[in-house]
Design a protein. Structure first.
Length: 141
């Protein structure tokens, strides 16, 4: 199936609207895309009717959720405030890194593979090894 590029923008609007129903942070993606288009001076995108159709689709799909939020006292805002108050701890970048290392210490092999993958050129590492052998071991059970 071949989708015309302009119509694909309308599909993007529908997907973005559904994404907003799942996670409000999709707004950051939308904001970033619009800012990117502005900084790149892609005025043609803003002149396209499909751009505005996509934005309208986002609004139409997301509007019932906004109405429900309003009628129920904005429970998402209450949830976020409670998360900030009771779950999230203020910490310095050093403390954050320390906690991250502490929580992921159960998987040092993953750290080693990741650091090995980022090795300097010419330094032997996992890219040079035959890593497919590990996936061919039979599992007995």
């Amino acid at each position: 199936m071949r989708i015309k590029p302009d119509v694909g923008r309308a599909y993007f609007g529908a997907v973005a609207g559904l994404g907003l129903l799942n996670k409000i942070s999709v707004l950051f993606l939308r904001f970033g895309l619009v800012v990117g288009l502005l900084l790149a001076r892609r005025w043609d995108a803003f002149r396209s009717r499909w751009f505005w159709i996509a934005g309208g689709l986002v609004g139409v799909i997301f509007l019932p959720h906004l109405v429900w939020q309003h009628l129920n006292g904005w429970p998402t805002l209450e949830f976020m405030a409670n998360a900030r108050r009771y779950k999230m701890a203020a910490m310095s970048p050093g403390e954050f890194l320390g906690q991250t290392l502490l929580q992921t210490a159960v998987a040092p092999w993953l750290w080693a593979l990741g650091l090995g993958w980022l090795r300097p050129p010419g330094f032997p590492g996992p890219r040079d090894a035959d890593v497919t052998a590990a996936s061919h071991h039979p599992v007995s059970g």
